[in-house]
Ligand binder design. Structure first.
Ligand SMILES: *Cc1c(COP(=O)(O)O)cnc(C)c1O
Length: 434
């Protein structure tokens, strides 16, 4: 133990911060054990799928050119379909990010005259331009696809009455965002998503139910595709890439939905038959293999941070005890100094670019300055330890990721150290209260 604390001190963490962190951890043992049990279950699920799909050494190699008969690509798509219990899946490096995967799923499964419904409020920022909520070139609106939205009730529940009224003869696809993203609503559990889908299908059975699964994969034992979703969609530089996938996205779902998406990604007639996997397969497979444990590490980090900062009197979402359905943690510091110090600490704990000091900056698409902390092996990867916060009230920071639990822990201790050093908080007052 002594040696470990000496190591922390050598890396700039004071004794006071170490001991505060350890006291918080003592109360988290049972929750961490539960997370480990979920990771164990999901690890077996991934191995079982790889075995049943007969993943072989040859699958780890790639193709070039057209990518006809790409064994690794086709087998990986079978593995995803088995893990998510779907008929088929499209898992490609040519899907550039989560927004692209979602846009692809929507644009390929909707036709002019159809209506898209979000029964869970405003979708993720980048989807506003995909849908055409904010006018944009190539949006669904430009193709004559209309959009309707029903907000959640103030307490976070579904507004079934309004949802029922919003469904009409044009409603073709319902989009359900599992994670709260950067909003203050609760993240939806898989069970809650299942209830919503049952309600919608009872009203109109032929509606396609799509779930934006970003940040949610492997947090629970079930995925939304096991409770009625026709299509689940996500990014490989989040949970399912396990930190190793350097790019990519996936769509898993019914044969029909996936085929539509494939025809749009490549070309009608070519669909899933083309698309070279280049040198990506090894990292896609190995990342997926690691994903359950990586997701568990990120979850532990989120819960540790929630408990650290909640006890210091800051508002945290989710709170320290709530059940988790995604890996994002929000902490409201109430001052720009708090947000900046937190991000500086996360940056200083990174394996890459630790010597860089993050600064608030004007960013396209944001109405205030934003500070971002990330020292990642994969650029922009948010399954790696990362944080960002807009410099505007309520001065909240959004924090996620951590490929290993020790790194997540170190990052959070480092953030706390920074807040103490910049005198945003006086820790000694709190240490005495334990
Ligand atoms: C990250 C995210 C997206 C978009 O993914 P990008 O890869 O950043 O384009 C969409 N929805 C949710 C809920 C997300 O968390």
């Amino acid at each position: 133990m002594k040696q470990r604390n000496e190591m922390y001190q050598a890396m700039g963490i004071s004794e006071e911060v170490i001991s505060y962190g350890e006291k918080i951890l003592e109360g988290l043992k049972e929750r961490f054990e539960e997370i480990d049990r979920t990771a164990e279950y999901n690890q077996l699920k991934v191995i079982q799928a790889m075995q049943e799909a007969k993943v072989s050494e040859a699958c780890l190699l790639g193709t070039t050119g057209y990518g006809y008969n790409d064994l690794g690509r086709d087998t990986l798509e079978e593995v995803y379909a088995r893990i998510f219990h779907t008929e088929d899946a499209l898992v490609r490096p040519q899907i550039t990010c989560g927004t692209h995967a979602l846009a692809l799923a929507l644009m390929s499964n909707l036709r002019p005259g159809d209506e898209l419904l979000s029964p869970v409020g405003k979708p993720y920022d980048t989807l506003e331009e995909v849908i055409g909520i904010r006018p944009s070139k190539g949006s669904l609106a430009e193709y004559g696809i209309t959009y309707r939205q029903v907000d959640l009730l103030p307490d976070g529940r579904f507004d079934y009455e309004k949802i029922e009224r919003a469904i009409n003869e044009h409603t073709r696809l319902v989009t359900i965002q599992r994670s709260k993203g950067y909003q203050t609503r609760p993240t939806l559990s898989v069970q809650a998503i299942g209830e919503l889908i049952s309600f919608i299908k009872a009203k109109k059975p032929d509606i396609i139910c799509m779930v934006d699964n970003c940040y949610g994969e492997f947090v629970e034992r079930l995925e939304p595709s096991q409770v009625g979703a026709d299509m689940i969609v996500g990014s490989l530089i989040k949970n399912p890439g396990g930190g190793l996938a350097p790019t990519g996205g996936y769509i898993a779902g019914t044969k029909e939905c996936v085929e539509n998406a494939a025809c749009r990604l490549t070309s009608p007639g070519l669909a899933k038959e083309v698309g070279a996997s280049l040198g990506m397969m090894n990292s896609f497979y190995q990342g997926l293999f690691l994903a359950p444990v990586v997701t568990a590490s990120a979850l532990k980090g989120a819960i540790f941070a929630a408990n650290i900062y909640e006890r210091l009197g800051f508002a945290v979402l989710p709170d320290g005890r709530e059940e988790r359905h995604d890996i994002i943690q929000a902490v409201t510091f109430g001052t720009p100094e708090g947000v900046i110090a937190f991000c500086k600490g996360i940056q200083a704990a990174a394996p890459v670019d630790s010597f860089v000091t993050p600064e608030p900056w004007d960013m396209p698409g944001y109405d205030s300055q934003v500070i971002m902390a990330a020292g990642a092996f994969v650029s922009g990867s948010s399954i790696e330890l990362s944080a960002d916060g807009p410099i505007k009230p309520p001065y909240a920071v959004y924090f996620q990721g951590g490929l290993t639990w020790p790194h997540a822990k170190f990052g959070i201790l480092k953030s706390l150290q920074q807040l103490v050093e910049e005198r945003v908080i006086v820790l000694s007052e709190y240490v005495e209260k334990f």
